[in-house]
Design a protein around this ligand. Sequence first.
Ligand SMILES: [Zn+2]
Length: 249
Amino acid sequence: MYHGIASTSMPFPEGREIGAELYDVTSDNFKAQIQWLKDQGYTAKLIEELSPGQGKTVIITFDDGEMSDFIHAFPVLKKLGWKAYFFIIVKRIGQKGYMGWEELKELTQAGMVIGSHGLSHEILTNLLDSQMEEELLASKKNLENNLNIKVDKLSIPRGFCNDKIIEAAHRLGYSQPVFISEKPEFLKTPCLSRIAIKSNWSLKRFEKAVCGQTPWIEKTGDILKKILKTIFRESGYNWIRSQLIRLIK
Ligand SMILES: [Zn+2]
């Protein structure tokens, strides 16, 4: 799971969430990671294309719809004939630093999949049911009407999810599995967890992630995160996280 691709030539969009920069992989690192995958014999495919005995495969996704994905990641993937998912925050389409309809059309024409990442990037578990359903349905319809495609893939914004949201997503026309960040333990519905590629990762750390390994220090951090989420719930945890990031900066 990628987000924005960092480069000196392109400033980041304004008004991103606190901590977004933790996921900005540089353009050079992105190229090196894709090259490593290629050298190891991997291919990036869509879920629909998976078949038994297909060989080494990765699924690549981009959240948020930043323009840097179009400028720096799309050409690299296109050259290899690799497919990926781009999950778009619909209200930010065409805003400074985000892809517009022209870029999204070009992605679909190249065989990339456009999915919804909500209307406004709001944490869905904080919303009333009606607002949550509006985020899911209006974003889907807007993408479908403007791009003239079927949109049935969803990536849960900001990673906070529950069974009610996944049930609503299926009811409103999204296919299984819904893409999330990490699967919360209480979630009963099947969904697709992803590995968030982080800005400070070396190529070695990336290789570990592809092989399903996590260094012990990060594992300890993950356990601490889970405990904090259980004690303070999503909104409390999010507040603590943003304060910590501010402090470190
Ligand atoms: Zn996001």
